[in-house]
Design a binder for this molecule. Structure first.
Ligand code: CMC
Length: 389
């Protein structure tokens, strides 16, 4: 067994051991900038607040992939391309229909995205064009995968994608089998805008690391989905909703303050709070908080919102920790009728735009990512024959 004792180890070769890579700058990027002290997020030059007010998810995709806003005709063309790529290859659809209905949606998404690679052609073409085509096809097909699995596991007929409408509109249509109203589409679109890109988070780092081995974009996105799935990253939004539903089970007089304090006393983490970079309110959470309040009131889920605010106040008072993007997105999705275990998939459905943008940026100026680990195990042990161990 490793003795975890650094006394006899020469650490001079490793001057910067940093277990979580806090503050380590490993890449340069034009995709996003985060000011963790001010609570500011910028995508390729544009503040997230501006994008939330004026843009659409498709426009944000163009921005992240090209570092500039599209003209009217460029946006029209991109929307057309995305619409044209929405259908899944039959074997991928068959996999979705035949897999375990109790599988985690993120696991199904990870496998299905990996499978998509088998049906892409043009492997010998122009690399940049190929990457762009892959970014478009994954962005177009991920919503279809999520909706198809959700319907299939519920024994409902899978709904084919529309040949019109935004990503948000089409996703809600495929999920529910009926066309969404304007407000639901707008809510979904805003959520997609807010989750599209976020610096060197764990899944983006994974995607860039995979790209840096000169592997393909499908591998990078598959790996990124695996990283996003964890509860310390994107999996937190599902965990937040489960916490709020746990409170709901206690009845409408449930005490969210006492509940939060109890968890903290047991040294448990409260999901949807804390961030490696933000040391203030996450700017995305500001938008989601407003949406959560409005939607919860409109849909009769006021209690869920009230408890969220109680938890927020308690976390600030007890630990001085603010909410992150996953805290209020949970109640927003819940209010538009989406089942909690799909929330992380919706995060992926948006973040594929950022992952693919980073992939293309890395491919343009690549260097293998290959850090070191400090060996703290034994050395030069004598061999013991198996019968003597
Ligand atoms: N609940 C309770 N205590 C917390 C929390 C939390 N959510 N987050 C941080 N802390 C405490 C932590 O226990 C530590 O306290 P102490 O110094 O007394 O040991 C201190 O704050 C510093 O935390 P840390 O774990 O060293 O911070 P980190 O940068 O390693 O972790 C984090 C960041 C996001 C993993 C962490 O805040 C966390 O686990 N949050 C809950 C999960 C979550 O919401 N994840 C979503 C992240 S943002 C969006 C996304 O990626 O999806």
């Amino acid at each position: 067994m490793a003795h975890h004792n650094l006394d006899n180890i020469d650490t001079s070769e490793y001057p910067h051991i940093n277990r979580g890579l806090d503050g380590i700058v490993a890449f340069s990027t034009t995709k996003s900038s985060i000011d963790g002290q001010q609570g500011e997020l910028i995508y390729s030059g544009y503040n997230i607040d501006t994008l939330a007010e004026y843009s659409s998810f498709e426009e944000v995709c163009f921005l992240l992939w090209n570092d500039r806003l599209p003209t009217e005709s460029e946006l029209k063309d991109l929307k057309k391309e995305l619409i044209g790529q929405r259908n899944l290859p039959k074997p991928v659809l068959d996999y979705i229909k035949n897999t375990n209905k109790n599988a985690e949606p993120m696991a199904v998404l990870r496998t299905a995205v990996s499978m998509l690679a088998d049906f892409e052609d043009g492997r010998d073409g122009n690399k940049a064009e190929e990457n762009r085509a892959h970014a478009i096809s994954m962005t177009a097909q991920i919503p279809t995968i999520i909706a198809a699995f959700d319907r299939s596991r519920k024994g409902k007929e899978i709904v084919a994608p529309l040949t019109e409408g935004s990503t948000a509109y089409n996703f809600l249509y495929m999920l529910n089998g009926e066309k969404p109203g304007e407000a639901a589409e707008k809510t979904m679109d805003l959520c997609l805008i807010l989750h599209a890109e976020h610096g060197m988070n764990a899944s983006t780092f994974t995607a860039r690391t995979i790209c840096a081995t000169e592997s393909d974009m499908f591998s990078a996105v598959t790996g990124a989905i695996g990283a996003l799935k964890g509860p310390l990253h994107g999996g937190a939004n599902t965990a937040v909703m489960n916490t709020l539903l746990e409170l709901e089970k206690q009845g409408e007089n449930a005490d969210a303050v006492a509940f939060t304090k109890e968890k903290l006393a047991k040294k448990e983490k409260i999901m949807g709070f804390g961030h490696r970079v933000y040391k203030t309110f996450d700017p995305r959470a500001r938008h989601l908080r407003k949406m959560s309040q409005k939607l919860s009131e409109e849909t009769g889920h006021e209690k869920l919102y009230e408890w969220s605010e109680d938890m927020l106040k308690t976390m600030k008072e007890e630990k001085n920790i603010d909410p992150n993007v996953d805290f209020f997105s949970a109640t927003v999705y819940y209010s538009i009728g989406i089942q909690p275990d799909l929330y992380t998939c919706i995060f992926a459905m948006s973040r594929v735009s950022g992952w693919s943008a980073h992939y293309m940026e890395q491919a343009d100026n690549n260097r293998l990512v290959r850090p070191r680990a400090l060996y703290i195990g034994e050395k030069n042990l004598d061999w013991t024959p198996i019968e003597k161990r």
